[in-house]
Design a binder for this molecule. Structure first.
Ligand code: NAI
Ligand code: MG
Length: 366
């Protein structure tokens, strides 16, 4: 079976990190018979420079045809003043929208070697492995009306509208329950049913979805504000957290800070399965284009490599390979090899390429 990947390295450190993934793909093709075919495209500022758009129609077509998209990062000071419609982020938003990527998966994993470097107490985060499933295409970021109206008396009114339909909640809950079954079989759903009608519906639909098809999974409900507190107080109580777009945005950033550097954090965005059960999917590091370190060869490629591990897991069901790649990352960190962002006393500081090489070497041995 062909496995078609579209690589969109983007701007800044995006291409530097993507180069390390390319090496892993080449190895998997040559030695493991993985059968990946790769195509490349431009996104963000680099697409604007070449085509005057944040992503060209041709590259959008490639993205729609691919089994999975690997996305680096977009943006940078060079494009701060380009028109709003073609700003670098527009490329990512277009991809999310046209591929209908409604499920955003943000793991918060604390690698043992980094537990002590955490700004929180090591005993709270050691062994942490949670997955936040955030609804990505609905809720208050997209609901109508969405506007600023002039009230005429020197006052204006800013309006955003939280809207969720049953099917939107059902499908994100389904993703969370399915994922929980491949992990520790627990889901915590977070909303604010005490003050929001959409929260009442969210709670009802998650409960019904659970009863109908996933009663083997343990389901818990938590108010989202209490959930934020619990994430910081005792994060290891969670396995899978499912929540809406706004709360998911905030809670996943909170969870990110339990794990160390931005340079460590992968993500996946999944669409609905087609008749053959295949989902559109995009995998990207949580970090941006890091213009402050771009071109210096010092960026941490782990977030990008871990995003590729998610791709192996969720798009191609290559579970053993995904496990091994994640294990390779952990082993390299254990061995004391570090990029600057995660550097600690007694460790050996390396650049992007050396970190990528070390992970590939560890991966080859597994
Ligand atoms: P950023 O994530 O690019 O950088 C924040 C800080 O973390 C910087 O000091 C950077 O050097 C460091 N950092 C990030 N990734 C790193 C890595 N892999 N290794 C080592 N250090 C790393 O966020 P910032 O500075 O707010 O935004 C920079 C540009 O990126 C902006 O143009 C922004 O719009 C864009 N951006 C793009 C995103 C995307 O493509 N999905 C997401 C966030 C920001
Ligand atoms: Mg955010």
């Amino acid at each position: 079976t062909a496995r078609n990947l579209l690589l969109l390295p983007g701007d800044g450190i995006g291409p530097e990190a993507m180069a390390e993934v390319r090496k892993i793909i080449a190895y998997m093709n040559a030695e493991l018979g993985a059968g990946f075919t790769t195509d490349e495209g431009l996104v963000g500022g680099s697409a604007y420079d070449a085509h005057g758009a944040a992503i060209s129609e041709g590259d959008m077509e490639k993205a729609l045809a691919a089994d999975a998209v690997l996305f680096g990062a977009v943006g940078g000071p060079k494009w701060d003043d380009v028109p709003y419609e073609v700003r670098p982020e527009a490329g990512l938003l277009r991809l999310r929208k046209d591929l209908q990527l409604f499920a955003n998966l943000r793991p918060a994993i604390c690698y043992p070697a980094l537990a002590n470097a955490s700004s929180l107490k090591p005993e709270l985060v050691e062994g942490l492995d949670i997955l936040i499933v955030r609804e990505l295409t609905g809720g208050v970021y997209f609901g109508e009306p969405k506007e600023i109206i002039d009230l005429g008396n020197g006052q204006k009114r800013g309006i955003d509208t939280q809207v969720y339909d049953t099917y939107e909640i059902e499908r994100i809950a389904g993703v969370a329950f399915e994922l929980a079954r491949t992990r520790n079989n627990r889901v915590c759903s977070m909303e604010k049913r005490n003050v929001m009608k959409s929260g009442v519906l969210w709670n009802q639909v998650v409960t019904e979805t659970h009863k109908r098809a996933y009663s083997d999974v343990k389901l818990e409900h938590m108010l989202a504000d209490a959930g934020g507190m619990q994430l910081v107080r005792a994060p290891k109580q969670f396995d899978v957290i499912v929540t809406d777009n706004l709360f998911g945005d905030m809670l996943s950033d909170v969870a990110a800070m339990l794990t160390g550097s931005l340079g460590m954090l992968p993500s996946a965005s999944l669409g609905a399965p087609d008749i053959k059960g295949r989902r559109k999917a995009l995998y990207e590091p949580v970090h941006g284009s890091a213009p402050d370190i771009a071109g210096k060869g010092i960026a941490n490629p782990i977030a990008m490599i871990a995003s590729f591990a998610m791709c192996l897991r969720y798009s191609f069901n290559m579970i053993a390979e995904a496990d091994n790649l994640e294990k390779a990352i952990a082993e390299v960190l254990d061995s004391g090899v570090r990029t600057g962002d995660i550097m600690a006393e007694g460790c050996r500081q390396v650049g992007t390429v050396e970190m990528g090489d070390a992970i590939l070497a560890a991966f080859k041995k597994l």
